[in-house]
Design a protein around this ligand. Sequence first.
Ligand code: M6R
Length: 339
Amino acid sequence: MNPAKGEVVLGGIKDYEQRFIQAKRILIVGCGTSWHAGLVGEYLLEDLARIPVEVEYASEFRYRNPIVNEDDIVIAISQSGETADTLAAIELAKSRGATIIGICNVVGSSIARVTHAGSYTHAGPEIGVASTKAFTAQVTVLTLMAMMIGQKRGMLTGSAFHRLVNELDGVPDKVQRVLASEPQIKYIADIYKNATNALYLGRGYSFPVALEGALKLKEISYIHAEGYPAAEMKHGPIALIDEAMPVFVIATKGASYEKVVSNIQEVKARKGKVIAIVTEGDRVVKDMADHCIEIPDIADQLVPLLSVIPMQLLSYHIAVMRGCNVDQPRNLAKSVTVE
Ligand code: M6R
């Protein structure tokens, strides 16, 4: 990305730009955290590039006889580039003539080698089993992809494109500001470290982050957690809410803000404990929630890059306080190379 020139170039997919421009459909496959990044990718590509996207668990895709056409683009996301289900999903899509684009972190990995083209995330080695920086890097690449394709398709033009370029350029500084909240996050972690269940809620771009927050808590602290689209809560999970249930809500200013505020009211009416991720300066949610963690104001499309950090830090501190091994959680492998 070159903010001065106002352009986004992804060298690894340059030869496939035309296919993206003409694409009728994009499929995204991955597992775990990479699948969550894929969900953010769906929202980005549909929002900014106006191409229909379907996101699939690689393990389901490979066995359910999916419809894959020669003019489909399949984006395979994998930190390790070695996940067996994602590799098998790629082979299936490839055998049906689709163009396969990889988003991998490990250079020269199996997935990087079998895809037609792709972009490395270059996040550096990710040692901990729980994926963190890989998510940020995957979402960043997907954002760049959606911006580039959106611009080339004429869907993201002029000031809207330049605003996003500038906002993306400002993300590292804003991440630093989020990290400055760590003492407060640790304080909140101490209060909820003995919870047995937790609910994570978000809408729009924040829904995949709710899923990712819940996965992080489960993986490293062994607390049962569910991620849900906030509005779906009333179709079931609301029955779980009582004074012992921490509910982590991403309630940043943006398209779904008012709706999420009413979801918070629904939780408070049932005596749930609300820990909200809010935009700096928010007073409305602060008056309702039990705890608020502020993040800087940013375009809706870029909120996941900031809001995932308090989620990761909360899980980290809760796990450390519970005496769990955060680097190597039980029963988990860094890369799942078998079915
Ligand atoms: O290497 P991959 O991105 O293909 O791995 C996919 C999942 O196994 C991985 O994201 C897993 O869910 C992590 N433990 C999540 O923290």
